[in-house]
Design a protein around this ligand. Structure first.
Ligand code: SAM
Length: 336
C-alpha cells in the first residue's frame, strides 16, 4: 500500500472517496502534484501556460488594467511562478497561491503572496484575475445511466486505485438541474460545485469590481460537439498522460471549464459576464501594436538580438493560435 493510499484511508476513514476529494488530495496534499519539488507551470515543468510562453500576455493584460482604471488591490489567484502578475505595473498587487513550492518562487521575485484569501487584510478590490486556475479546482464526476444520476468514487481498497459508482449526492443533482444539463449516457459531467464555492468566497471576501479568468473550456450549448465522453485529463512533461487515478501526485489533473455554469453562478452573485476568446481579448487590447513593433525591430536587428526578437514573435503568435492558447476563453465579469 502506498503512503498516499494510507494517508487517504486514515483521513477519510473509508475505502471509497468522491472524485473531487481524490483530485484535491492528488493535487494539493503533501503528496500532491503542486506540492512537489518543482513549479509545474514553467518550461522545465509539465505544462506551458500563456504567461510562460510569452511575457506579452502580461504586458497586454497590464495595458488593459491601466486603460480600465483598475488600481486598488489587484489580486491574482493561482499565480504559479508569478510570470503573469510580475508584468502588472503596480505595487498594490497580491498573489493567492495554494502551492508552497510556487510561493517560494513568488517570494524570490518579491511578489506579495499568501496561501489563501483569508490571509489578505483588505475587503475591497478593483480586480481579481487568474490564468488556468479554474481548471485545477477539483470537480466531481456525474454519470447518467438507466435514467438515474450516479457519481464516480475512487476505490482505495487495492494498491492500484479503481473507480466505482454510487448514487449521486443531492448537491450534485441540484447542480446539474440548476445548470439545465440533460442526462446523456455517452457524456460524463464534470460537476463544478467547487468553482461555485471558490467564486462565492472571492466575492464575499474581496467584493471585486471586475473579475477576469482565462482558461480552456466550452459553453454548454457546444458540449455535444466535443467528441469525448469525459473532459478530464492529465498532463505530465508537456504531454497528455494516464488516467487521473493511475499516478497521483505525478500528473496534473485538469478538465475543460463549463463557462455557461461560471457565468450563471456569477449572475446569482451580482455580476454580469462576457465571454470571448483569448485571441480576441489580446487583439482587442494591443496585440497588433506589440507584434508590429517587434517585426520592425527584427528587420533592424542582427545576431543574438535577432534570435531574441524572433523568439518573442513566435511566443506572441502562439498566444493567439486558434488551435492552441488563442482558442482558450477569457471571461470578464463586472459587478452590476
Ligand atoms: C495551471 S497552474 C497556472 C499557473 C499560472 N497562473 C500560469 O498561468 O502559469 C494553476 C495554479 O493554481 C494554483 N491553485 C489552484 N487552486 C487554487 C486556489 N483555490 N487558490 C490559489 N491557488 C490555486 C495551483 O497551485 C497552481 O499553481
Amino acid at each position: 500500500m502506498t503512503e498516499f493510499n494510507k494517508y487517504l484511508q486514515k483521513k477519510y476513514r473509508t475505502n471509497k472517496i468522491f472524485f473531487d476529494e481524490y483530485m484535491e488530495e492528488a493535487l494539493y496534499s503533501k503528496y500532491g502534484f503542486f506540492n512537489n519539488d518543482k513549479v509545474r507551470s514553467k518550461r522545465s515543468g509539465d505544462f506551458l501556460t500563456s504567461p510562460e510562453v510569452s511575457k506579452y500576455f502580461g504586458k497586454i493584460l497590464n495595458q488593459w488594467i491601466q486603460e480600465s482604471d483598475l488600481d486598488l488591490n489587484i489580486v491574482e489567484f493561482g499565480s504559479g511562478t508569478g510570470s503573469l502578475i510580475e508584468q502588472i505595473n503596480t505595487e498594490n498587487k497580491f498573489a493567492v497561491e495554494l502551492s508552497s513550492t510556487a510561493r517560494v518562487e513568488l517570494s524570490k521575485k518579491n511578489i506579495q503572496n499568501v496561501a489563501s484569501l483569508e490571509e489578505l487584510t483588505f475587503n475591497e478590490s478593483d480586480l481579481v484575475f487568474g490564468n488556468e486556475v479554474l481548471d485545477n479546482i477539483p470537480c466531481s464526476v456525474a454519470v447518467f445511466k438507466d435514467n438515474k444520476w450516479y457519481e464516480k468514487v475512487v476505490n482505495l481498497e487495492e494498491e492500484i486505485f479503481s473507480y466505482d459508482f454510487v448514487k449521486a449526492r443531492k448537491e450534485i443533482i441540484d447542480w446539474i438541474e440548476i445548470n439545465q444539463i440533460t442526462g446523456d449516457e455517452n457524456i460524463d459531467i464534470e460537476v463544478q460545485i467547487n468553482i461555485d464555492k471558490f467564486l462565492e468566497n472571492i466575492i464575499h471576501n474581496l467584493n471585486p469590481k471586475t473579475i477576469l479568468f482565462f482558461d480552456y473550456g466550452f459553453e454548454q450549448k457546444d458540449r455535444v460537439e466535443r467528441k469525448y465522453r469525459s473532459l478530464l485529463r492529465t498532463y505530465k512533461d508537456h504531454h497528455l498522460s494516464v488516467d487521473p487515478i493511475l499516478e497521483p501526485g505525478n500528473v496534473d489533473i485538469t478538465y475543460d471549464i463549463n463557462f455557461s455554469s461560471v457565468k450563471r453562478k456569477l449572475k446569482t452573485l451580482g455580476y454580469e459576464s462576457s465571454l470571448l476568446l483569448q485571441r480576441d481579448f489580446l487583439i482587442n487590447n494591443g496585440f497588433n501594436e506589440y507584434f508590429d513593433t517587434l517585426q520592425n525591430k527584427l528587420l533592424l536587428s542582427e545576431g543574438i538580438e535577432n534570435l531574441k526578437i524572433n523568439s518573442y514573435l513566435s511566443g506572441l503568435k502562439a498566444l493567439i493560435d486558434s488551435n492552441g492558447l488563442g482558442g482558450f476563453y477569457c471571461l470578464e465579469a463586472k459587478k452590476i
